[in-house]
Design a binder for this molecule. Structure first.
Ligand SMILES: [Zn+2]
Ligand SMILES: [Zn+2]
Length: 155
C-alpha cells in the first residue's frame, strides 16, 4: 500500500523518512480559535476525493472504507467547534494520486516546482486536519517513487 503527497522539487524526498518530520501542521487558515471549517458546529460533510475520482468508491479505501461521502466529526476542531490542536502525529498523504491532484486543483495550487512523492509506511492513529477531504496521516518508511505533478482543472 502506498500513499501520495505533494513535495517541492527542491526538497529531498528522503527527508520525509526522518522521524523529526513526522508531524503535520495547518496549511493556511487560522491556527486557533473558532473553527472555520464547520462554522463551530463540530460536524462536517466528508468527501473522500480519492474515491470520488473513481467510477465507484473503493470498499478497501483507507480514508473512507467506500463511503465516499458522509457526515462525521469535524477533523479540524475534533468536534468542539474551537481549534485547539493543530499539530498532528504523521505526514499528510492521500491514498491515491488522483485524490491528491483533485485536492490541490480545488485549492488552485500552482504545480510549478512541485512533484508527487509516493511513500509507504504505517498509518497514524491521529486524524489529519483535512480528513474531510480523505487525507490520512502516515509515518513514511520508504520513498517508492517521485512523479510529475500535473493538475486537473479546478471544478
Ligand atoms: Zn475513499
Ligand atoms: Zn470544526
Amino acid at each position: 500500500m502506498s500513499y501520495f503527497r505533494q513535495v517541492s522539487i527542491r526538497e529531498d524526498p528522503d527527508e520525509l523518512l526522518n522521524p523529526e518530520n513526522h508531524h503535520s501542521t495547518p496549511w493556511g487558515g487560522p491556527d486557533h480559535g473558532r473553527c472555520d471549517k464547520c462554522g463551530g458546529s463540530g460536524e462536517v460533510r466528508h468527501r473522500c476525493l480519492s474515491c470520488l475520482e473513481l467510477e465507484r468508491p473503493d470498499p478497501d479505501c483507507e480514508a473512507c472504507g467506500g463511503r465516499a461521502e458522509w457526515t462525521d466529526v469535524c477533523p479540524t476542531c475534533e468536534g468542539d467547534g474551537e481549534i485547539t490542536r493543530t499539530r498532528r502525529r504523521g505526514v499528510s498523504v492521500f491514498p491515491t494520486a488522483a485524490g491528491l491532484r483533485r485536492y490541490l486543483a480545488d485549492r488552485e495550487v500552482d504545480p510549478e516546482g512541485c512533484a508527487i512523492v509516493e511513500v509507504e509506511g504505517p498509518v497514524s492513529d491521529d486524524r489529519d486536519l483535512d480528513a474531510d477531504s480523505g487525507a490520512l496521516l502516515i509515518f513514511p518508511r520508504e520513498v517508492v517513487a517521485v512523479h510529475p505533478l500535473e493538475l486537473p482543472n479546478p471544478r
